[in-house]
Structure formats: C-alpha cells, structure tokens
Design a protein around this ligand. Structure first.
Ligand code: NAP
Length: 525
C-alpha cells in the first residue's frame, strides 16, 4: 500500500515505487511513501488561499473548539494508532501512549486555553504609546495572524505528538498547516491527518500532508510562512541557509538535538529521597521510547562520592528490564525505529566507549527477546561512566539517540555548572536536590543554556511531570545546539504564528482597531 499525500484538497499518491516503511522488529515492509510528482508550490498556495482565508474568518474561540473536535476524533481512533506505533516504530504500549496520548492531551490543552481569547481575530499588545505632546497622536502595538502556511518538517521519533504540538497553536492562530513527517515513521502522522480530514472538522486547505522527500518544498515558501523544523542539527543548518528562506526572511523555528543532563546535588546521597527519585528518572529516560527522545537524559552529573553508587543503582534497575519484541507482554524496552538509527546509535556508542567504562550493557552478545538480531534494530540499554569530566569530549558532544547515558562525577558546584554548560545548549536539565545553597547557585548559572530546568526534591516526590515529559503549558525548546527554538508554553506559542506591528495614528482610529482585539497579555497567562 502506498500512503497518499493530502494536497490542494485532494488525496494523491506520489509517483514511482516510493520508499518502504519497515517494522523495526521483524524487518517486514509495511507501506510505501512518495512525494514525487506532487506540485509543492500549488500545495502551499492552496493552503494559503483556501485554508488560511477560511481559518482567519473564524475567531480564536471558534478555532479552539475545532481543536477540541480534533482531539475527540483522535481519541476515537487511539487503538489503531497504537497498532501503527507498534508495527512502524516498535513502540511498547507505554511508548505509544507517550506519543499518541501526549498529542491528544496537548490538543485538549490548547482547546481549553484558546477559549480565553474569545470571539476575536487579532491581539492588542500593551498600552497606548504617547507620540505627541497631546493624546491626539499615539501608537498601539498589535499581533496579527500570519497569512502564510505553517510548514512542519518533523523528526521520526514523535509522529503523533510532533505534529499536534505544533499544529494546535498554528491552527488556533488561524494559520493552515502543511506537515512533512520524517519518512521512517510517516504512517501514523498520515493516518491521523486522514482521520481528521475525513471527519470534516477543518476547512479545506487547513491541513495538508506530504509524505516522502521534502524535494523542492522550501523553494516555494514566502515571507508570511513559518518553517518549523524538528530534527538533526545538520538538516537544521541546511534549512536555515536555504536561499529562498534567506531571501524571503522566512521565519524558522528549530528544535534540534541535545545532550541533556540530570544533576544530583551534594545532598542526594544514597538512601535519600532525591537519590531514589534520580535513579527512577534516569532509568525511565533511558528506557521509554528506547531513549529516542530529544529531551532524554544523556549525561548524569553526580558528586564524586555518590557517582559510583548511583551508577550501580541504575545498572541494578536496568538489569530487570526485558528488551525485545513489544508484542511480548514482559518486554519494556523496544527497538530503535530503523536499522539506520541502530547503526548511527552504535557508532555514537563506540565513540563514547572510547573515553568511558561500561557499567551496564553495551555487549555484542546482547539478544533481544522474541526478535531476530539479524533483521531488527535493537540497542541494549547501556550505562557508561566517565571520570574525565571536562577533559572528555564525546560524552559532551555526541547525542546517542538511543537507550544510553553516561555518569560523570563532579568535585564541586562550580564543576557541576561547567559540565552542564558544556552541553552547549540543552532542552532540559533535571536537578535532584533540596539543598537551597546548591540550587540557588546552580539554577541561575545554567539557565541561559537550558530551555527548562526541572527541580526534584523529596517534597515534590513522585508528583513531578518528568525530565523528558514536555507539558503543553510550559516552554519547550533550548538554545545553542538544541536549535534555539521555542514551542508550547501555553498560548505563548501563538507568537510564532503572529506578526507584531504598530499603528501610529489618531486615538479614534486606535479605538476602533483595538475594540475587537483580545489582550495579548493573555498569551503569557
Ligand atoms: P533529520 O534527519 O534531520 O530529519 C528530520 C526531518 O527533516 C525529516 O522529516 C527529514 O525527512 C527532513 N529532511 C531531511 N533533509 C532535508 C532537507 N534537505 N530539506 C528539508 N527536509 C529535510 O532528523 P531525524 O533523524 O529525523 O531526527 C532525529 C533528531 O531530531 C535527533 O537528533 C533529535 O534530538 C532531534 N529531535 C529534536 C526534538 C526537539 O523537540 N528538540 C524532537 C525530536 C527529535 P526524511 O525523513 O524524508 O529524510
């Protein structure tokens, strides 16, 4: 079966044989995708003219209601999505829930939050700015929805959430969406789009999908479009420097990779609540989605006196996890999504091993449960220990996109700060400590290089939302190698899909323009 593309209001199969999507456990070819022959310029023009015009005729409140309906449709098909996740990504039930339920939760969250903007179509920002000696001439800032398309070029690891966490704020803003999912796992994204289109919730042109290569998509973007990219730093650099993107000053948002850290404070000694919470979270981060999360813990920074005990505790827990075919109910860790990803992860692991000792896993004799190593894409969960601190290179630079983490001891708070900053920009750091001096020194010292800092102590306990769990109401994104992008953060995300402008004129005109606008302060609420 070849998955069709949805463009200019039609379902169209791409030309040629297409690229096969493969079950990473059995090696079975599942479906094919192709974008060959699709008129990508026409697809974007149709989305702008039909989809954008119809969406912007609605109010924020109307569009919030549409998001709620999309969430209902997706929830009704949840079982099929779990099945596709299992077959195309080797996802365990917990892995599939992370992606699929995360998508539905995010949509519902925006449906709820978006209501607050009411029956309005643009936003008024801040107070009037006096520009003359009297009030006769003033300025007023506004935010208006972009009249272009939100073009999403997505990564393979979140085919469900990766679409809807971006589409929710774009559609709420009144901006149509064209998604190009990553080829290896495009099936789930395509099925979700097909279900939403079939349900007739959105106006024609509001939601398009192109499966397969991006081809010359970026040759057709314009000044009112947004390109939101999630994936590797190399592809991000290619997108940012694309001649058309540069020539038209196209807005680009990038979520790239990251070597996120978990940091234990000096008080997180074996036996303390903070130590136990850290162990639990490190194991969870290494095993859920087989470590294929941009937010996953890659480096664990621990006081030199605690690091060995921590590594042993994590290794002890990992030993109890079955890795293999998720169709076996005892299995808790699935494969990577493809043989290509397996090769890339093993290459990265070899680099890390060149400057680390192996505490757990990493063995060549590893045999996954109920799966043939010759055709499957498994990587054994592997914990490393690196005593080289800042003198190490690969552990701070190489993101192994799989179930791999490295424990790195630190001598004092200054070294913990330096090691965390050595990630050169991360999506998230989690800190396990109740030591106020340590926290009030560390948190501000790493803040400009981290999008999110999760602080866990015994009082917060197990109620925290997780190191790798991205909450729709909180900012997602990070500086430097993490891409420099910003997503989510509740209604703040609407900023990406609006343009700020100021009108300078008479008070009466500003009254009229401002009357039907929502207060932009609501975006930060
Ligand atoms: P990738 O190889 O960069 O691919 C990402 C997307 O870009 C895919 O849809 C890919 O399409 C497309 N693409 C590739 N070359 C392109 C080009 N020249 N022009 C336009 N599009 C192009 O990354 P990946 O391997 O899928 O994703 C893994 C990486 O994503 C990891 O490093 C991970 O950390 C990062 N990630 C970050 C976040 C975050 O939120 N920060 C979330 C998830 C993942 P094809 O698949 O068709 O090649």
């Amino acid at each position: 079966m070849k998955l069709a593309n949805h463009v200019y209001g039609q379902w169209i199969e791409g030309a040629g044989e297409g690229t096969s999507l493969v079950d990473p456990v059995t090696g079975e070819r599942l479906v094919t995708v192709s974008s060959e022959g699709i008129d990508l310029g026409k697809a974007l023009a149709f989305a702008r003219e039909q989809g954008g015009t119809a969406l912007r005729a609605l109010t924020y409140e109307d569009r919030a209601a549409l998001l709620g309906k999309i969430a209902e449709v997706l929830a009704a098909h949840r079982a099929e999505y779990f099945d596709i996740s299992l077959r195309n990504s080797g996802a365990t039930e917990a892995d599939a829930a992370f992606d699929v339920d995360g998508a539905i939760f995010t949509l519902k969250s925006y449906a709820r939050a978006g209501k607050a903007l009411g029956a309005t179509r643009h936003l008024r920002e801040g107070a009037r700015v006096p520009l003359a000696k009297t009030d006769v001439f003033q300025g007023q800032h506004f935010l208006t929805p972009l009249t272009g398309v939100a073009v999403f070029i997505n990564a393979f690891n979140f085919p469900a959430w990766g679409l809807w966490e971006k589409a929710a704020p774009a559609l709420l803003s009144g901006v149509p969406v064209l998604v190009k999912p990553a080829t290896p796992t495009a099936w789930l994204t395509q099925r979700m789009v097909a279900d939403v289109v079939a349900a007739g919730i959105l106006p024609e042109g509001a939601l398009s999908i192109v499966c397969g290569g991006a081809r010359e998509l970026l040759d057709h973007v314009g000044e009112c479009d947004v390109v939101s990219f999630t994936g590797s730093a190399e592809t991000a650099a290619r997108i940012r420097t694309h001649p058309r993107v540069v020539a038209k000053s196209v807005r680009v948002n990038v979520e790239a990779d990251s070597v996120n850290a978990a940091i234990l404070g000096p008080d997180a000694q074996p036996g303390s609540a903070e130590f136990e919470l850290a162990v639990k979270e490190i194991v969870r981060e290494m095993t859920i989605k087989a470590g294929q999360k941009c937010t996953a813990i890659r480096r664990v920074l621990a006081p030199v006196g605690t690091a060995r005990a921590l590594a042993d505790a994590v290794a002890g827990k990992l030993a109890g996890y079955q890795v293999g075919n998720p169709r076996n109910p005892g299995v808790r860790v699935g494969p990577l999504v493809s043989r290509a990803q397996q090769v890339a992860a093993l290459e990265g692991l070899a680099l890390l091993k060149s400057e680390c000792e192996t505490v757990f896993g990493g063995g060549t004799e590893f045999a996954p449960v109920d799966a043939d190593p010759a055709v499957s894409a498994f990587v054994q969960p592997t914990l490393l220990y690196c005593g080289k601190g800042l003198a190490a290179q690969h552990v701070h630079d190489v993101e192994v996109f799989g179930p791999v983490a490295t424990v790195i001891p630190y001598a004092d708070t200054a070294e913990a700060v330096a090691l965390a900053r050595r990630g050169r920009g991360s999506l998230v750091a989690s800190v396990y400590s109740a030591d106020a001096d340590f926290l009030t020194t560390l948190v501000p010292a790493i803040a400009d290089l981290h999008g999110r800092i999760l602080v866990v102590d015994g009082v917060v306990g197990a109620q925290h939302t997780g190191h790798g769990n991205v909450m729709p109401s909180c900012l997602h994104g990070g500086p430097g190698r993490a891409g420099g992008g910003e997503e989510l953060g509740g209604l703040r995300a609407l900023g990406l899909y609006h343009r700020r402008f100021v009108v300078q004129g008479g008070g009466a005109l500003l009254d009229v323009l401002g009357r039907e606008a929502a207060d932009a302060a609501l975006l930060g609420g």
